[in-house]
Design a protein around this ligand. Structure first.
Ligand SMILES: Cc1cc2nc3c(=O)[nH]c(=O)nc-3n(C[C@H](O)[C@H](O)[C@H](O)COP(=O)(O)O)c2cc1C
Length: 337
């Protein structure tokens, strides 16, 4: 059994933080290496001598794991378990409020089913619940194009999402041209590479700069994306994972109330419908967050006022099997009765 990722590790000038860790039990391991292949941050590597995966951060940084659970999900022999949680113990970086209790698999019927396996309760679930619990973010796709009809089936489901005042302020920009997607990747990655460079050293001026930036917008300077940035530093095409289609969900900025919320709801209609059709999806926040700094991406995608990207979604046929629930922190539920 391997335990990796330090419990309280801090990178550069970041505060002490608790990270995920990884457990491996050889058991029925077939050395298929699916766990390593699927790891989006390359922090899981394969030990050829021991014939087992081992966890490592890139460039010696041991916090590359983003806790996506995909290594656990794709293992056909159930050898891997992700444990722990990400928590910034102090400082201004935002993390969710303290949650009491361990992460658990879905418990829709309350504590009575606490010890049951998901498969044992699954029959009593609705189709919608099954789709919600089984959906995973997929970052490894088959090199197989999606038909236009199939993509339009997804945007159709998105169109029927609720919106404030039925304002329907969304537009869907579908990019199946891999060359364009790669160009967008490269341009956005440049920004991430710059941020990575900022984190990389330990000199005083970088410490001051990171502290200042995190004071202005704490949630933009969460240290987890550093993992992705590390990968971005070394490779290209890691933002949209060479997916056969990237669907950008745009809002009309003039929409009433909060068009961002409308766009997010529409996006998730699309994501859940894709899963129900056997497709894999992954939300990509990096494009919306970096696009303000790379106007050439806007030009490339022909995005003009009054439209703005709210989120982008990679869509494709999953290369591996991801259709499995993973544990989550308990819900924070408060009652006023
Ligand atoms: C708004 C949003 C932005 C995200 N951005 C990214 C991203 O840029 N890259 C990525 O690999 N995953 C991204 N994700 C996926 C999350 O990492 C993923 O949802 C989370 O790890 C939980 O895993 P699950 O979706 O498999 O349940 C994003 C998710 C959301 C909701």
């Amino acid at each position: 059994m391997i335990h990796s990722f330090m419990d309280r590790h801090s990178l550069a000038h970041m505060p002490p933080t608790r990270f995920f860790y990884f457990e491996y039990e050889a058991g029925q391991c077939t050395s298929c290496k699916a766990c390593v292949e699927t790891c989006p941050t390359s922090c899981l590597q394969w030990d050829d001598e021991k014939k087992q995966p081992y966890a490592t951060g890139l460039s010696g940084i041991e916090l590359a794991c983003i806790g996506c659970n995909n290594c656990e999900v794709v293992c056909p022999a159930g050898c891997i378990r992700m444990r722990g949680e990400y928590k910034v113990l102090k400082g201004r970086y935002k993390t969710p409020e303290d949650k009491s209790g361990d992460m658990t698999l879905p418990r829709p019927f309350g504590p009575a089913d606490a010890n049951k396996k998901f498969q044992e309760i699954e029959e009593a679930l609705t189709e919608t619940e099954r789709i919600i619990y089984r959906r995973r973010s997929v970052r490894l796709f088959k090199n197989k194009p999606l038909s236009k009809d199939l993509i339009l089936r997804l945007t159709e489901a998105a169109r029927f999402a609720p919106s404030a005042g039925n304002g329907q302020p969304c537009k869907f920009l579908v990019v199946t041209n891999k060359e364009i997607n790669r160009k967008v990747d490269q341009k956005c990655a440049r920004i991430l590479k710059m941020i990575n460079w900022l984190y990389a050293g330990r000199d005083r001026w970088r410490k001051i700069l990171i502290t200042l930036l995190s004071a202005i917008s704490a949630n933009k300077w969460d240290q987890r994306p550093i993992a992705a940035m590390e990968k971005v530093r070394m490779t290209d095409g890691v933002i949209t994972f060479d997916a056969p289609a990237v669907i950008h969900v745009l809002k009309d900025k003039r929409g009433i109330s909060h068009p961002d919320i409308d766009a997010a709801i529409a996006a998730h209609n699309l994501v859940l419908t894709a899963h129900s059709l056997g497709l894999g999806t992954c939300y990509i926040g990096f494009i919306a967050s970096t696009i303000p700094y790379v106007p050439s991406v806007k030009k490339l995608l022909n995005i003009k006022y009054p439209y703005e990207i709210v989120t982008s979604i990679c869509v494709g046929y999953p290369k591996l099997k991801y259709d499995k629930p993973v544990p989550r922190s308990p819900a924070s539920v408060e009652w006023i009765e």
